[in-house]
Every structure is written in C-alpha cells, then in structure tokens.
Ligand binder design. Sequence first.
Ligand code: NAD
Length: 334
Amino acid sequence: MRVAVFSTKPYDTRFLTEANAAAGHDLVFLEPRLSPETAPLAIGADAVCAFVNDDLSAPVLETLAHGGVRLIALRSAGFNHVDLATARRLGLTVTRVPGYSPYAVAEHCAGLILALNRKIHRAYNRVREHNFALNGLLGFDLHGRTVGVVGTGKIGVRFIRIMAGFGCRVIAADPYPSDEAVAAGASYVPLSTLLAESDIVTLHCPLTPETHHLIDEERIAQMRDGVMLINTSRGALVDTAAVIRGLKSGKIGYLGLDVYEEEADLFFEDLSDQMLRDDLFSRLVTFPNVLITGHQAFFTEEALHNIAATTIASITAFEREGSAARIAPDALVR
Ligand code: NAD
C-alpha cells in the first residue's frame, strides 16, 4: 500500500523502514504536520500514517477520503485528535497503537517526580556553575507519601507498581476499576478523596469530552497545599490558566508536564531561534518548581520499535482484506 507518513522525524523513518522491510509497503515520508494545507500531499496514497499533533479534523478527513485514502494509521495510543464521526461517515478505517510501551510513560512519570522532588534540574545547573550550596534543594522521602493515580489502564498500573516499590501509599480513581491495579498495590477511592489525600496527583486517563479540564480551579482547590501535579497524558486534561494561579498561590508546590494543551505549535520542533508567542507556556517555564518535557515520555527504543511494528501490521492486515476485518481488535478505533 502507498502510505503517506506525516510529521516524519529521522527516528520515524528509521523504525518504520525497519518494520516495513518484510511488508514492502510504499512509505512516503513527509516532514510537514498534517493540516488542511498539507492534506493534498496524501492524494494518491491508500493510507495516511499520523502522529499526536496531526490535524485529523473533518475538513482534513474530507480531503484525504476524496483523494483516495481509506486507512488512517495513528502512530499513537491516544486518538482524541481524530473526528471519528466524520471518519465513520467517510468510510475511513482508523487504527492506533495501544499500549506500545506503558513502561516508557510510567518510568518517565517517575522520573519527573524524582527530579521535581529532589530538584535535580536545578542541581544540574548549579553544579555546572560550581555552586555546591544545598539551599533550596530540600526534598522529601517518597516512602510513606500518598500518590493519587487518575486512570488505571496500562500506564497507570505500571506506574502504581513503581510507586508501590518506593513504599508509597497508592490510591486510584477510575470509572472502571481493575483487579490488576489493586494487585499492583493501589486502593480505589472517589476522585474527591484522591485529590484531598494525595501528596502527588498524576493523570493517566485519556482525553475525552468528559475529561477535558478534569483538573480545573475547583479540583485544584480540593488538593493538599503544596501538592505535586504530574500530567503525562494529554495537555487538555488540565486547565493551564488555573494551574498557573495554583502555582502563584503556592497551592501547587510542584508541576511536572510532558504534555501541554497548546503543544501542537511547539513540541517536536527546535524553536530555539524564535520568540515564543504562547504566554501561558512562557509563564510556566519561569517557575523554578515546574519541569516540562516536550512529549517525550513515550520516546524509548522499545516503544518506537513497537509503534512501527504495530502500525505496519495494521496496514498489512487492512491491505490483505481490503477492510478492517483482520486488524487486531485493540488496534482498531471504533
Ligand atoms: P488505557 O486506555 O489503558 O487506560 C486509560 C484508563 O483511564 C482506563 O482505565 C479508563 O477507564 C480510565 N479513565 C477514563 N476516563 C477516566 C476518568 N474520567 N477518570 C479516571 N480514569 C478514567 O490508556 P493508557 O495506555 O494507560 O494511556 C493513558 C493515556 O496516556 C493515553 O490516553 C494517552 O493520552 C497518554 N499517553 C501519553 C504518552 C506520552 O508520551 N506522554 C504516551 C502514550 C499515552
């Protein structure tokens, strides 16, 4: 199949080319992000391979479908950026990569917590300037602290195991509680209890209309003073303006983000020569107790290998049957 691969970075080319060696699809690597302006680049392709910040809204899907595209193969687990109703109407099949490496995200999340708590990002800079003073670097033992996990799917469960290993008390909230999360060491509580009792709150649920701005002014007010808030899921789970107010008042003591609501215009690009026009992001990076990474939680060898292998497998399954019939059920977005 001819596949137009959008938002291609050198690592995508490497891993997809390796995974495609046996399958032999005609992969056309395109650097631009998928948007209404770039969608015509896919005309003549049978499939489009897209990433998290590609635009898969109705006008883009219309252009793709009318240009002959029948399959949208997402290189991500999340599919909140796809207008699924329009995709269905146009007869487009949509696939994703479920749980390509939940360890990658869970471990990055633990990394953000450790770095924020022990101020490793600040210590790194100090030592480079031969400043060995410890003032301002005081942390706390994770052992015995309460960690609240919102969303106990594949990533949440791995993360619970890690924090249980630190000797934390782990509490969790999820509309669909799982035995696996309990076996990993968590106990389920209502979200309001989780917010009130947690020293660290971390988000591992998908972005849906129900979870949009899940963490808003009201929910921040329910949290402990000086709480650590971590978001490695999707930016819009958090109301950034409300979080900034929480940081300014001291209610939020630490903030760790791997995702940001308006990240599409920022992340995955080197903008170091440019002035940032996003005032909220610019404000966030001024706080010493905020640590932001640019959507890199997934970025491990294992994850990129699995993403490429599953994506190519879905494309091959679609090609064989000419329909979604053979695609692995958990890779198919319905
Ligand atoms: P998953 O589908 O296995 O688990 C999601 C869990 O969230 C489910 O148990 C679901 O019941 C729960 N949930 C849904 N609505 C909820 C709500 N209102 N409150 C609490 N829980 C709720 O997904 P996963 O593989 O664990 O991934 C979780 C999220 O992580 C993805 O949706 C994606 O947005 C994000 N992610 C980020 C990166 C990254 O690089 N930063 C990489 C992969 C995934």
